[in-house]
Design a protein around this ligand. Structure first.
Ligand SMILES: [Zn+2]
Length: 234
């Protein structure tokens, strides 16, 4: 893989474009591919998982030129990222807000750490697709028409793909993370369910609970290879 000189990786080799704005007015940014989009990777849809944004950013900054076929969204929920909250600025878990057949209005419960009970409550939104960040991501995908989307999360340490497809199998092999068909609990209105209903392959890449340094050494190279066409998706 062709990499930029180390002294250059503090900044991006290309500028993003804007695909909308968050509730607080922050630009929603996408790094577009040079040619037709086949893969989209997004990070930071849960604002308390900032390591996903950092690792994907670092991978993008290693590469000397825009990807041929991969689009990158570093911060699907920028308001949550700047506030350090799982949900967006309106208290909505965006990963329960997608307009799926199983969307439901009950409060969403999550754990604040892996050892805690699942008892912290967020809203799934006032209706399916009620949030501006959700609708912007849907519109971006409608425009880019990727065949596959990789959604970065943490820290459940697995590769989740209900279809157990070749890209997920490649990711599991590269990372040593287990390949699972689901995350182990119901996720109505999730991005993954929405993608499946649109016939888009969605692979959820859950980083392990680990250090930033370990992400740089173990997961950033995998992400860089994905952006440049690795995993045999291009
Ligand atoms: Zn998450």
């Amino acid at each position: 893989m062709n990499l930029r000189p180390r002294q250059d990786i503090g900044t991006f080799p290309q500028n993003p474009s804007t695909y909308g704005h968050s509730h607080l007015g922050i630009p929603l940014e996408v790094w577009r591919p040079r040619d037709r989009c086949k893969l989209l990777i997004h990070a930071g849809i849960h604002g308390e998982e900032p390591e996903t944004t950092f690792a994907l950013s670092r991978a993008l900054r290693l590469l000397p030129e825009p990807s041929q076929h991969c689009a990158v969204v570093l911060a699907a929920n920028p308001d949550g990222l700047i506030r350090g909250t799982r949900g967006n600025a309106r208290g909505v878990d965006l990963n329960r807000n997608f307009p799926t057949r199983d969307w439901q209005p009950d409060p969403v419960k999550h754990r604040s750490t892996l050892d805690d009970p699942r008892d912290v409550v967020l809203s799934p939104g006032s209706g399916p697709g009620s949030e501006v960040e959700t609708r912007a991501l849907i519109d971006l995908i409608a425009e880019l028409q990727p065949e596959t989307v990789i959604a970065l999360h943490a820290p459940l340490a697995c590769i989740d793909d209900p279809t157990q497809g070749p890209l997920a199998r490649w990711l599991a092999g590269q990372t040593g993370l287990p390949l699972v068909p689901d995350i182990g609990y119901p996720t109505p209105g999730s991005f993954g369910t929405w993608g499946a209903e649109q016939n888009i392959t969605v692979v959820t890449y859950e980083f392990p609970l680990t250090t930033t340094d370990a992400l740089v050494s173990e997961h950033v190279p995998v992400l860089a290879e994905l952006i440049t066409g690795g995993g045999s998706w291009s």
